[in-house]
Ligand binder design. Structure first.
Ligand code: NAD
Length: 364
């Protein structure tokens, strides 16, 4: 069943979202940045991390769970690494600051590692790999979400991980978009269960596990009993999302918790001792590599030669096509920049309601 939607031009959408955060108390440059990165997620086709987040971000701002105007506090630092605390500032503010620090160190020394703790929701991780790629750097990111426990480990039914994204970016060349693996380690993102619960595309087999250990595709596994009006709150369900790739994906999700939650000095997805319940914070351990430092001649050109070889694999279905990581996002961005960003009617209405609550007018 197709979900009724509006289509909005990206610049107009950015403007509305920025006006909302401006009216909610963010400085204009921060409001613009939040608008830019939320719309960037929609342009990449990752709508679950786009402007649909606005009402929730505004609730968090009002509740003091995310703070405007924050900057990074340096916890420890050397020439090639830094551990930094985001102080629960917007991920759209402390995220790029952390990337820029990693880029500067990698440019000077060939490589760097930045451990970021206590970032407000840091959105689509591909944005950070893209920022590093613009500076000519390869980057690798392990991320966890303290306070966002949703995913059962392989063989278990109780939630232990968040949707812990993992991301690798390789700079583009000759006008070709960068190679970008940017993925949650859950089989599906929570947003996809949300869409299914509203009558949209069902989630694939094995996406959810019930408390009795039976795999399920029923959104009530995650949200509890549902009517059309029931808020979709994972706190009401007794089941869990599953990790992708059986024990292997579950293992990557586990290592995201260890690297992004523990090594950064932040928190894992488990109960937070003395922590503020319901406060989401991302940890991100990022590695930045300057290809020139490694003595691999023509690294980027060779990476793309190899990508072409991969793409030349014969498709499984007649007329099919092999894509490399990042291609779906690049194609979607080109399409949505040209034709506008589609937004389900109820997502747009919830943004309009948030705007009105702050005295912000929205385009018809
Ligand atoms: P996805 O499954 O749509 O895509 C995952 C990866 O697979 C992408 O790199 C994509 O380019 C590639 N891909 C997709 N289709 C392909 C195909 N047919 N052939 C080859 N490659 C293909 O993404 P997802 O796992 O649903 O993640 C969604 C977004 O959510 C990501 O941007 C992620 O960073 C974000 N996220 C953020 C958080 C957070 O806490 N901030 C948590 C979880 C996820």
């Amino acid at each position: 069943m197709a979900i009724p939607s509006y289509t909005i031009a990206a610049p107009a959408l950015r403007g509305v979202i920025a006006d909302i955060f401006d009216a909610a108390g963010c400085a204009r440059d921060e409001a613009d940045r939040i608008g830019r990165y939320l719309v960037s997620a929609n342009l990449a086709g990752h709508d679950s991390h786009g402007v649909i987040r606005t009402p929730r971000y505004i609730d968090w701002l009002r509740e003091g769970k995310v703070l405007p105007g924050q900057t990074l506090s340096v916890v420890s630092e050397s020439a090639m690494h830094a551990t930094v605390d985001g102080n629960y500032g917007f991920g759209q503010t402390v995220g790029p600051l952390a990337v820029d620090l990693g880029v500067a160190k990698a440019k000077a020394h060939g490589m760097s590692v930045i451990a970021l703790r206590h970032s407000g929701h840091i959105g689509r991780i591909g944005d950070w790999a893209e920022r590093a790629a613009e500076a000519g750097l390869v980057s690798i990111h392990f991320v966890n979400v303290a306070g966002g426990e949703l995913v059962a480990p392989f063989g278990g039914v109780d939630r232990r991980f968040s949707t812990n994204p993992f991301c690798v970016g390789i700079p583009g060349v000759d006008g070709k978009p960068m190679l970008l693996l940017d993925m949650a380690t859950s089989l599906v993102a929570e947003g996809k269960v949300l869409v299914a619960s509203r009558g949209g595309k069902p989630v694939p087999e094995g996406s959810l596990v019930r408390p009795d250990g039976v795999y399920s595709t029923d959104p009530e596994t995650l949200y509890g009993p549902l009517t059309p009006e029931t808020p979709r709150d994972p706190a009401n369900g007794e089941g869990a999302l599953t990790a992708f790739g059986l024990h292997k994906g579950s293992g990557i999700a586990f290592m995201c918790e260890i690297l992004a939650g523990v090594l950064t000095g932040g928190e894992t997805s488990g109960p937070i001792p003395g922590g503020k319940r319901g406060r989401i914070s991302n940890g991100m351990l990022s590695i930045y590599l300057d290809p020139g430092h490694f003595g691999a001649q023509d690294f980027v050109a060779k990476a793309f030669e190899y990508a072409d070889y991969v793409k030349a694999s014969r498709p499984t279905t007649p007329g099919g096509e092999v894509l490399v990581p990042g291609e779906p996002e690049a194609r979607m961005r080109a399409d949505r920049l040209a034709n506008g960003v589609p937004l389900p009617v109820d997502a747009w209405q919830s943004i309009v309601a948030t705007a009105r609550s702050l005295g912000v007018t929205t385009p018809n």
